[in-house]
Structure formats: C-alpha cells, structure tokens
Design a protein around this ligand. Sequence first.
Ligand code: FEO
Length: 393
Amino acid sequence: MAVREIKPGIYSVGAIDWDRRLFDELIPLSDGTSYNSYLIKGNEKIALIDTVDPTKTYELIDNLKKLNITNIDYVVANHAEQDHSGSIPKILELFPNAKVITNPKCKEMLKDLLLIPEDKFLVINDGDTISLGDRTFEFIFAPWVHWPETMFTYLREGKILFTCDFLGSHLATSDLFVTDEAKGYESAKRYYAEIMMPFRTSIKRHLERIKDIEVEIIAPSHGPVYTRPEFILNAYKDWISDVVKNEVVIPYISMHGSTGNMVTHFVNDLIGRGITVKPFNLTKTDIGELAIALVDAATIIIATPTVLAGPHPNIVYATYLANALRPKLRFASVIGSYGWGGRTLEMIKGMMGNLKVEILDPVIIKGFPKEEDFKALDILADNIHKKHKEHGI
Ligand code: FEO
C-alpha cells in the first residue's frame, strides 16, 4: 500500500493483501483484505498504531522508510492477533527505543504469541492517556470485538477513533476512504457476519460507550477508513438490534434428489406466502454468503439427507458454524429424507445449543417425497408464516 496522509502528520502505512482468500484458515475473503497501520507524528513523540500481518512486514518497513522515519517511540497494540501484531517484533528490532503500549491482557498475549520481552511494554488502563506532545491518545478498553483483549485508541486532536478489527471490512481497495458506500456496506456486513456477529452483546456495550465521543473519522485496521462515522455506526446498530426480518435461510444438501425436491417445493411455498427465502446449496455456496444471510433472518431450516445415520457432514459444518455465530434467529426446523433410519433430527437439534430458537415441527421423510410429504411441507410453511406474523416479523 502506498503511504497516504489522512490528516497532517497522520499517515496510513499498512499493506493491502489483494490475493488473500481465507482468513484464520476458516473465513472466506471474496475481496481480499488490508492490514492497516497508522503513523502519528506528534511534536515530541512518534507512534505507530497496530502493525501488519507478518507476510507484509516488508511493506510496512518500506512505507516507514519513504517517510524517513528514523525513530518510533510507541507502538500501540489494539489487538494481539497476528494480522495486526505480527510485525511488532521487527519494528522493535529496527527501532529499539520503541515501547509497546497496550492493556495488561494484550501484553500477556503478545508475550505468549510473539515472545516480546516484558521490558518492551508500557501498560495502560482503560481511560488512560498518553501524550505525543501536541497530540493525545486516549485508550478505550473494548473486550470481545474480536478477542478478550481488544481495545480502541482515540486521537483527541483530529477526533479519530482507531478501532482495529471492530467496524472493519475485508476489502482490498486502492481507496483510502470509503467512497462507494454500497460496496463498503456489503463488505462491512460480510465482515460483521463472519467475525463480529457472535459478539453482539459486547458490541452493544461498546457502541454505548463511544456514543458521546466526538468522532470525525473511524480508522479500522481492515478495509477503508470512514469519514462519515454514522454510516458504519448506523449499520452496526441495525445488525446488532433484536429486530429480525421476514426471511428464511435454508442451508441444504441433496445426494440423490429427494431432499432437493423438498427444498424446491418448500422454497416456492415460502415465496407464495410473501416470505423472503435464501437457499444455499452447500456444495456450491460460499459459506460467507450463508453467514451474511443469518444476520437478519428470523428462521433457519436445515435441509439434509441422512447419511451414515446422521446429517450430511457439510450440513454438520454449516449447523456448527450457525450455532457458533449466534445469529438472532427466532425459529428453526429440519427437513430431509432418509433411506432406512438414523438420528439426523436429534443430532441437528443437539448442535443448536447457542441458538435461542423455537423448534418447529420437522418434516423428515422416507425416500423420495410423496404427496403427503409435500403437504407436510405446506403445513410447515404455514406455521412459519403464522409465527412470523404473531411476532410482528
Ligand atoms: Fe484482524 Fe482479530 O484480527
């Protein structure tokens, strides 16, 4: 990434990862990502906020050279995960006077993960400030957006909130700022769905905490910078609210067409009842798309054949993921076909412990669907329609 000036003396010096397609060996990145690092020049001290993924250390170092930086006093670590902290050891090697400013929990994690020695840290507490001379950092502890040690750094002069993972987006773009809000929204929603959704309760608390801070710019450590903070803050308020939409998500697999025929019939049932329906054939879909659909949906219907006495392994994965992401679903059920027996329903129900859902009567049938099976699907569609209406969805 080229060096870009955000405001006088405040630079973006991170790296764009155009080619990355998987994060944490788990999360699909359809649009790559960036690891944003920010250099802040005070009239007495110079600080770097977060660093970059270790694979991109050379780009960060190159950017600091372009700015003729010969001394760094502080490296602020808002988060210990290696995509932001991984270049800290190299920075400490090149700038031996630098201290790592972070919270007690993050310090311990950085010692464990990156073997940074104890004497390199300057530990701060929630609400503490550090002066760069004419500029002041204020630290805001914000645990669990993504790990337990996450925090924000607020630059008072400039009114910039550096949020690291929080409010970010996995989007590789040459735009420093969000200029295309439609694309920015789409990327930020995917990021929220894949990474932040399990932390809805923590996010509510943090949004409340920062609502009285005057913020002109939000600078996350993934994706472009927001010059209209209300754009991303309002989007988050919507996503974390308890409001669900009149939507049914159907992750499905069909091995020989029986479950597939049930899904086709059921999708049309729901459309006919005015319900938005989002089926995902798990042999073809990007699992991130399923996560995005779970942000707003009221109901999930798991559709699976029985294989080896239980749900198809791809369905096990999707159900496990949906459970781990803790979406605000209200209703769930299972449809599908078996050949001779099994415990598919019990196994799927047992994997939904985090979901605060009412389980609606399932439709588990033997073999290819027959007329009475399609009628059972019609009844399930009626039931979903009724439940949504009763709950004002
Ligand atoms: Fe971008 Fe939790 O690291």
